[in-house]
Design a protein around this ligand. Sequence first.
Ligand code: BTN
Length: 285
Amino acid sequence: MIQSNESEAPFKMPAPLPAMRRIGSRIELHSLVDSTNGSAFDAAAAGAPDGTVIVAEAQRAGRGRLGRRWHSPTGCNLYLSILLRGPFPRPVLTGLPFLAAVAARDAVGDVAGLIPRVKWPNDLFINDRKVGGILVEARSGGGETALAVVGIGVNVNWPNRAMPDELRATATSLESELGRPLDRPALLAALMGRFDRGYGRLRDEGAAWLIEEWSRSCLTLGRMVTVETASGPLTGLAEAVEPGGHLLLRHADGSTSRLSVDATTRLRPSGTQVPMTGATHALRD
Ligand code: BTN
């Protein structure tokens, strides 16, 4: 069911949509919301089914990771949130940000013919500039995670010159990279289809295949990175992402840290040597 009851022009859906098992059981198209993630939680409270997708042309208060703002101008980008109802086996929950990144990466590949890289934990990059981001939020009920909302934002037809000053040097859009505008409804349809197939596989098989898929196009692995954690920055070689989603970081003294997704990475210039031996030490979140 596709709902768009607004007088202002909401996001346009293409027809036909790909065949989907769970995602898109209901699709809500809005012209303007505070945050599609917030609207997805509101929809859940009002009884919206598992797989509901909320899409908006613009957001007043788009949310980014770590309490940041997600710039959400009207009519040029993709802002969507997918509502999933639990209970969730642990690998499904930890796999969701990786699934969203892989689905968005491959949907861009399908529609634009160019494949973004992923940066741990779940940013999309083209030519070292950020083109998309993912924010997964979960709510518990009765002692377990009852709801997860997977929010995805992609800069599609947003000219670099229209970006705010603080983004212009570090962000990009698909249009800027391709030199031509992209069909946003087609990208949305591809993204929902990719996410639907991946979600079925994640539930059936767990997350190992997904982490492998994700690692294939990772910008972070094999490079020196600085990770901002709650207890300060940590620098080391990004060695691997474990099935549970932790980043394994090897320090200059050979010890390692396992980092949770509540952190942000900055890539250090390459070339710095790091010894490849040493014992794993404490998990630092
Ligand atoms: C990040 O990179 O910091 C994550 C950005 C996530 C932005 C998307 S846009 C759709 C959804 N609604 C929100 O408020 N945030 C996410």
